[in-house]
Design a protein around this ligand. Structure first.
Ligand code: NAD
Ligand code: DAU
Length: 350
């Protein structure tokens, strides 16, 4: 890997991946293209922005006039594609943005890659980072495997499923050397406070209501973001071309149980009486089409590439809470301006 393109590197997972790659591959050039939507934040990469093997390009992955010249200029041999619109609630409010970035953006990148590589695929990889949500929703039993039929149920997951299909189609039709992984819910530092864990941490800090959707009985499988970044690095290097790998946390939690644990951790850290934060829990109108349960069978990754997560959830949540408490300025910046409007629109009538 000489010239690596990472898309969406200013976002939550992308910024952890950029940091890992800049440090792990000092002899490679790592280019991060990100158009800095509300979710992209260059503060996430302050500690690596001066590194000599790192470049940042502000650009839209769906714009051919920006993407094709970039590929010509750097001659990428590796593309690690994370850029996306990623929040389910926003996809319910505005599906078109998800079609633009997740579908058109992915196809534009595939076209630019194909145009550059011109059938010379030795040592090349296009790695598409996807989600377990493409598999739909589980009942109380069972796990998603790599062969589970796609059944996306939100505009977000439909757009990610579409992008996965395009990536596979480019492999089958043009032989493009692709790899895909589908991961469960990530959590950790730098996650935008629209997602459950950082939103609730922020609300707890400010003693605001904690809006639990429905009865809080939905189940998610949580993975610490740095562990996901490590798995991505491994799959990129060792994964077989044309294959899909599920990545998961072996860590299923009912939302309400997770929220109770988080409240306990936060009360301790903030020096508040036990039960204070749990008193903020407010059950609100459910998310439309809310998937009941996601859970990943990641045995293929473990058996073939020897990877499994090791961080305990309590420890990961503890580290996450510490990060938000010691990065108040980051939190303050991302929760001002447009965020206030978003928050009102999302939650006022719930
Ligand atoms: P995020 O929303 O935090 O970051 C997305 C980044 O993409 C932002 O920096 C944004 O500015 C950038 N971006 C958006 N549209 C763009 C465009 N048109 N051109 C260039 N850049 C653009 O997302 P995340 O949570 O870090 O997720 C990253 C990837 O991982 C996504 O593909 C997502 O589907 C996938 N994923 C996320 C999770 C999770 O729990 N967060 C789990 C599994 C898979
Ligand atoms: O499974 C992987 C997916 O996980 C990723 O592909 C998505 O990008 C990521 O956003 C995440 O999707 P979820 O919808 O599961 O994450 P979110 O944090 O939005 O919600 C987690 C659970 O918490 C879900 O059941 C909805 C619930 N929830 C969420 C919010 C924001 C609440 O009860 N209240 C809330 O305010």
């Amino acid at each position: 890997m000489q010239n690596i393109l990472i898309t969406g590197g200013a976002g939550f997972i992308g910024s952890h991946v950029v940091r890992l790659f800049v440090k792990t591959y000092p002899g490679s050039t790592i280019v991060n293209i990100d158009n800095l939507t509300y979710a992209g934040n260059l503060l996430n990469l302050k500690d690596v922005e001066q590194e000599s093997n790192y470049r940042f390009i502000k650009g839209d992955i769906a714009d051919r006039d920006q993407v094709f010249p970039l590929f010509e200029k750097y001659g990428f041999d590796t593309v690690l594609h994370l850029a996306a619109e990623s929040h389910v609630d926003r996809s319910i409010a505005n599906p078109m943005a998800f079609v633009h970035t997740n579908v058109l953006g992915t196809v534009n990148l595939l076209n630019a890659t194909r145009h550059l590589w011109k059938g010379q695929y030795q040592g090349k990889r296009f790695y598409h980072v996807s989600t377990d949500e493409v598999y739909g929703s589980l009942g109380e039993e069972g796990l998603f495997t790599e062969t589970t039929a796609y059944d996306p149920r939100s505009p977000y997951s439909a757009s990610k499923a579409s992008s996965d299909h395009f990536v596979r189609a480019y492999h089958h039709t043009y032989g493009l050397p692709v790899v895909i992984s589908n991961c469960s819910n990530n959590y950790g530092p730098n996650q935008f406070p629209e997602k459950l864990i950082p939103l609730f941490i922020n609300n707890i800090i400010h003693k605001k209501p904690l809006p639990v959707y429905g009865k809080g009985e939905n189940v998610r499988d949580w993975l610490y973001v740095e562990e996901h970044a490590e798995a991505l690095d491994l799959v990129l290097r060792k994964g077989k071309v044309g294959e899909t790998y599920n990545i998961g946390g072996h860590n299923e939690w009912k939302n309400i149980d997770l929220v109770r644990l988080l409240c306990k951790i936060m009360d301790k850290k903030l020096g508040r009486a036990p039960g204070t934060s749990e008193g903020l829990v407010t059950y609100v109108r459910d998310r439309a089409g809310h998937d009941l349960r996601y859970a990943i069978d990641a045995s293929k990754l473990q058996n073939e590439l020897g990877w499994k997560p090791s961080l305990k959830f309590e420890e990961g949540l503890d580290k996450t809470a510490d990060w938000y408490l010691s990065n108040e300025e980051w939190l303050r910046q991302v929760t001002s301006g447009d965020y206030l409007h978003y928050y009102r629109e999302q939650y006022q009538d719930r």
